[in-house]
Design a protein around this ligand. Sequence first.
Ligand code: N01
Length: 596
Amino acid sequence: MKGEGGDRDGDEALDYDALARRYAEERAKRLRPDAVRQYQGLEGAFADFDTDPNARQDFDRKPVERDADVLIIGGGYGGLLTAAQLRKRDVGDIVVVEKGADFGGTWYWNRYPGIRCDVESYIYVPLLEETGFVPSERYAKGAEIQQQCRLIAEKFGLYRDALFQTLARTVTWSDAAQRWIVTTDRGDTVRARFVVAATGLYSSPKLPGIPGIETFEGPSFHTSRWDYGFTGGDADGELTGLADKAVGIIGTGSTGIQCVPPVARSARHLYLFQRTPASVDVRGNRPTDEEWFRSQEPGWQRERMMNFTQWTSGLPQAVDLVADSMTDLFREKSLSAGIAMAPDERERAEIAKMERVRQRVDAIVQDRATAEALKPYFHYFCKRPGFSDNYLQVFNRPNVTLVDTAGRGVEQVTRRGLVVAGEEYALDCIIYATGFDFMTSFTQESGLVVTGRGGRALDEKWSNGAHTLFGMQTREFPNLFVLSIVQAGTSINYLHTADAQSVYMAELITHCLDQDIATVEPTQEAEAAWVDQCVALSADRLAFFEKCTPSYFNFEGARPREFELNSPYGGGPLAYFEALEECIEGGFSDRLELRR
Ligand code: N01
């Protein structure tokens, strides 16, 4: 097979040893002693980067003081799913505290041009059967995905008690009241029986610590705070404000490859600053066949989600319902066996896959030097795989320059622009597509100060990494749930994991409310056993990521102790879902201490 999809027949002829050496060399070029410390958040000197272009700046309201059965921090999909499952079980008294001015979370903040889901929308966008929403395309635009968030909030009556443009600050357990006392930056106090911290996986944007970053005189912003006031247009592109501008984008991850094409079409000139090339495979988006969509039998969405997670967990099924570029990887015999495969076999399979991605670059990009610079040399799963049918094509445009930094990154930001290899590129605007803090520290990313029983700080308990049952609960912090993928089994479709977690939380909370159970927390033994299991099962993952090019997946190539503890559950999503179901079916008491 030849062409844009690459040459599968040529895999046998690959020099695997030479490529493995090349991967190791490329990794070595990118390792830095400051690892994750090379980045900085949008605070302190960079607080200006954190203004919300979609919120009312003059928004004001009186502080709220009230009780609630459940307080959910975060109105993204994690919080919405949990609230929806609770409502389905008739839990009425729910307050959602949300930093943004509406529901949506990731999809509220990220409105950059070109934004879409990278997992098929029919399995990514949850509760489609409940709201009746039909995504217009297979990989839906961000605005549609946020629209579904609003529909869920409306359907389950969540607007009435939501506190928007509000940051939860402290979450403190009161043994006397058997409640969490939650305070916010608007002076609110909510006394809640249960707290769900659904603060998101990608909610803490980061900027690169490039010297001089504060000196640039033109506009600059992070992709999750896109400034349409400057660029003009909207998420569909046509950024009319850029017609006479030289724009610099830093970053070529999933966000970079989505926002580069619309900027390239609109700007006078686009300079794309690349440290590591992305792997970019075929996307194949297409409009939804409404007749097909409406002919689906009840329960179809969960079935489709499960089928995708089974395939992408290396468990081939009779039928591949999603059948896209993502499951295609796992349909290839070599990779479908990959999960249980010997490490060297897996390595060869991934090298072969990446070779086809490199062949695709050659098939699309005309300039040979640019094509060479765009070829990724790392194992396919070291980073989240990228898919696009218009990203590589932009490098054939006369108004686009790839500034490859040979793995070193941008050297300096000046008043006028960016410096690479001693050369200054004069720019009217700099856009940072540089990603988010990820699995580093829950308290740091969420900004929450959580204090449990006896004044124990969560920060302190988790100072060397998380200690949880199922990634969601932790002893000494009764009635608290944290929604993340740390110590949780994660599907490539994160919303499948969030769905399973929301059902677990809703079942447990409802059980406690119905049975007058005042507090619930993991037993000492259950928590220790889960942590031990997570550590034991993380060995393969750690060995794999030791060979990977630096990224947020592997703490930028460092191996801190937290890596073992802050990893996803190594048993995979299917075993994780089973463990949750078993716990629900067993009435919770095997692993949890339930006190009246
Ligand atoms: O962030 P990233 P992202 N000089 O961390 C580069 C999800 N997502 O926002 O690779 C130059 O992946 C850095 O370079 P390098 C998805 O899960 C989902 O793109 O580290 N460059 C890299 O290219 C995704 O994985 C969707 O060498 C510098 C980039 O910045 C996650 O969000 C859409 C640099 C950061 O890439 C994060 O993706 C979008 C420097 N000094 C995102 N410092 C969906 O469709 C950093 N970089 C669902």
